[in-house]
Design a protein around this ligand. Structure first.
Ligand code: DX5
Ligand code: ZN
Length: 218
């Protein structure tokens, strides 16, 4: 299904109220829920691990899209799968054995994603395109929400769409997505747009209407 999907990143939500935040954005039309896992090592920030993903599972009725910004990845795949992730995305830069990591994600019963940092070329995933369900193009350097979109990544999206051909592989964009930056990546072939600050700004669990308006605007 290549229709456009909006995946709010709960990195920009109220960390003390994730359950209600997730239900609020789903009520407002979110297609997927994007969950950012950071280890303070692969990226210079910390978030949370499998217990939080497991707790979120009770509230997410759509696709739970777990973005692992951690290294190593392999020792934690089983735990994130058991916690209820639908999609597990690992970074191509997280270790020397991406092929093994992607095999392990699918063996654990999840859809497999591979993410590319801004400095990593599209060619890094050419050998594994038959083993993934999603390629995530980072349009910021991962670690923080609210950063500026790196425009030179649009060409990478177009390259990947051509490389993917007729394989059933999503192209997800992560970082700096706003109503201003979204059209170019969609035109280049992206179909899943992660958006944190631009979805959650101006709203709250008490008044989530702005979340819906923000998603519509994208
Ligand atoms: C960045 C994370 C993103 C982040 C996006 O390290 O992977 O998912 O939440 O946030 P915005 O949309 O604010 O750039
Ligand atoms: Zn992310």
């Amino acid at each position: 299904d290549r229709s456009l999907k909006i995946a709010p990143s709960i990195l920009a939500a109220d960390f003390a109220d994730f359950g209600r935040e997730v239900r609020a954005v789903e009520d407002q039309g979110a297609d997927w829920i994007h969950v950012d896992v950071m280890d303070g090592h692969f990226v210079p920030n910390l978030t949370f691990g499998p217990p939080m993903v497991s707790a979120l599972r009770k509230h997410v009725t759509t696709v739970m899209d777990v973005h692992l910004m951690i290294a190593p990845v392999d020792p934690y795949i089983e735990a994130f799968a058991k916690a209820g992730a639908d999609v597990i995305t690992a970074h191509a830069e997280a270790g020397p054995h991406l092929h093994r990591t992607l095999q392990a994600i699918r063996a654990a019963g999840c859809k497999a994603g591979v993410a590319l940092n801004p400095a990593t070329p599209s060619s890094a995933v050419a050998p594994v395109l038959d083993m993934v369900d999603l390629v995530c193009v980072m349009t910021v350097n991962p670690g923080f929400g609210g950063q500026g979109f790196i425009h030179s990544m649009v060409d990478k999206v177009a390259e990947l769409r051509a490389m993917i051909g007729d394989r059933p592989v999503h192209i997800e964009i992560d970082g700096g997505i706003t109503p201003e930056t979204a059209p170019a990546v969609v035109a280049a072939g992206a179909d899943v747009l992660v958006a944190g600050s631009s979805v959650f700004k101006g709203g709250s669990v008490e008044d989530p209407a702005p979340y819906g308006a923000n998603m519509q605007a994208i």
